[in-house]
Write a protein that binds this ligand. Sequence first.
Ligand SMILES: NC(=O)c1ccc[n+]([C@@H]2O[C@H](COP(=O)([O-])OP(=O)(O)OC[C@H]3O[C@@H](n4cnc5c(N)ncnc54)[C@H](OP(=O)(O)O)[C@@H]3O)[C@@H](O)[C@H]2O)c1
Length: 386
Amino acid sequence: MIYNARWGILATGGIAKTFVSDLLKDPKARGALDVSHTVTAVASSSSKSRAENFISELNIPGTPSAYGSYEDIVKDSNVDIVYIATPHSHHYQNARLALESGKHVLCEKAFTVNAAQAKILCELAKEKNLFLMEAVWTRYFPLSIQVRELIQKGEIGEVLRVITDLSLGNSDYWDASHRMVNLDLAGGALLDLGVYPLTWVFQTLYHTLPPAQRQPPSSIVSSMAKYPGTGADESTTMIITFPTTTPSGTSHAHHRTSHAVAMTAFAVGTNPDLRNSTGPAIRIQGTKGEIQVDGPAFRPLRFRVIPKNESDTKVREVECAIPDGERGMYWEADEAARCVRDGKLESEGLPWEESIVIMQTMDEIRKQHGLVYPEKIESTEYPVQL
Ligand SMILES: NC(=O)c1ccc[n+]([C@@H]2O[C@H](COP(=O)([O-])OP(=O)(O)OC[C@H]3O[C@@H](n4cnc5c(N)ncnc54)[C@H](OP(=O)(O)O)[C@@H]3O)[C@@H](O)[C@H]2O)c1
């Protein structure tokens, strides 16, 4: 039996278009034989006609409803899961609206502005018996799953260090009102891009341990440069220590810790010439070798396993291509559909607890540099008109 998830799309900006265009691809083509997706409704806070244009521009099949407000879409009985694609400043209010109305939620990254908001959303989902997931699509890439499994199998031994970067190399200055740098929209490199280097840090050094052995960072230090004119961060560099190593857990013999360097920036780039000539964006270093993942960190398509052992010098290159015209956001949608079908409230690929620990990590880094967003978007009050 194929389970069909009925989606409501909340907001009609850039990522909503990319997500829906992937959602409309035939799941069978990617080997997903047990789930399918239908977009049953689209809502725009700007106007109903904007939602209608979105539906026609993307050629959404069937007769999806178009709404001119988010309050309307969460009342639609033909919607099972609401996909939240507003700026992260708005995620808490929008996700809460959907959960309060009894809808399952897939919410874009960064999950919320701070960990306190994330916790409340998870508690609410639990109380209402609803599915909730932060839409960190990269976690559901077959490439990410393979890399996590290789670490768990001990392919590169005990992992002691990870270096990750997602930096844009955008030398033009954005206008101060731009989503990426506007404090009112929770702008800044850390919340927008930093979640990806942090995703790699956590999915390698934290998630590869059995849940009971996962421990939050024991130390976080960071540097931050602010964007001229707005005060959002334009460059953030983090050094994170975990009290455990992976995959065996804390090494009792040596009491080892594992370290991560995670970087994000606007003006310098991971691949400044876009020719992928700069080496891997992610290096996962273990006692028996290294896994290197080529960037961009949000949409990696290739990795290599480099064994340390001299008698086994073979470097194994692994390609995980995505067909032209596809982004790769459908794997997270398939996961959300399966969880809803199976009555799961959270995804094992990114449990609530892990999303919250990552938000706490970003809270701590912001605190170290006095990066505070306006009260109304840091607030846990609901409802707040933004
Ligand atoms: N997963 C990914 O690869 C990825 C990539 C890019 C962005 N994102 C995330 O997705 C979210 C949206 O990013 P985006 O690039 O799609 O942004 P965007 O193009 O600016 O779209 C955001 C949409 O949110 C709605 N919105 C409601 N209130 C708003 C306000 N006060 N200001 C601006 N927009 C408002 C608007 O839609 P309506 O007018 O229809 O209500 C707008 O079109 C962010 O959280 C971002 O981090 C994820």
